[in-house]
Write a protein that binds this ligand. Structure first.
Ligand code: SF4
Length: 164
């Protein structure tokens, strides 16, 4: 039977981080937008559009570490709506460097950190994605390695878009 191709449905999400991988992703659009528009539906990408939908994603690309209960719940919601979840950049893959406050020891720094912990909705520790949900792939780098991202994207284009 002939193979029928459909679009890969993608989401892009950012948690606690500097969003540099998001910047690299938008830079990649300079070279790839024309080709990607034919193959990819960007269903939830806040940096590209204001009306976003979360349901039935093929791949969720998630940047940043998790630093609050609310973020943890949001990450779980993304996982529940995605076939595959890819951690993008060091903060998402390992927690660091966003999680560096976990190691602060000086009393003065601790005082400042405690003030933030008391006044905002932050967890005691900053964590990597895989501490909370299943991660199917990692795009390492700080920020992400764009070539690695393209390889992972290619992999899921092959896996998800060919219906027999
Ligand atoms: S991995 Fe590096 S570049 Fe990416 S959000 Fe974390 S600190 Fe920023």
């Amino acid at each position: 039977m002939a193979e029928k191709k459909r679009k890969l449905v993608v989401g892009w999400f950012s948690f606690t981080c500097s969003e540099d991988s998001t910047i690299l992703f938008t830079e990649l659009l300079n070279d790839h937008l024309k080709e990607w528009k034919k193959m990819i539906e960007f269903r939830h990408v806040k940096v590209l559009k204001s009306h976003n939908r979360l349901e039935n994603l093929d791949v969720a690309f998630v940047e940043g570490a998790i630093s609050s209960e609310k973020q943890k719940e949001e990450l779980q919601r993304i996982r529940d709506n995605s076939k595959y979840l890819v951690a993008v950049g060091a903060c998402a893959c390992s927690g660091q460097p966003s999680a560096s406050r976990n190691q602060f020891v000086s009393e003065e720094i601790n005082f400042k950190v405690f003030w933030f912990l008391e006044h905002f909705d932050y967890s005691q520790k900053v964590r990597k994605l895989s501490d909370f949900v299943k991660v199917d792939d990692e795009v390492l780098g700080c920020p992400m390695d764009p070539d690695l991202f393209l390889k992972v994207l290619e992999k899921y284009l092959k896996i998800c878009t060919t219906e027999k």
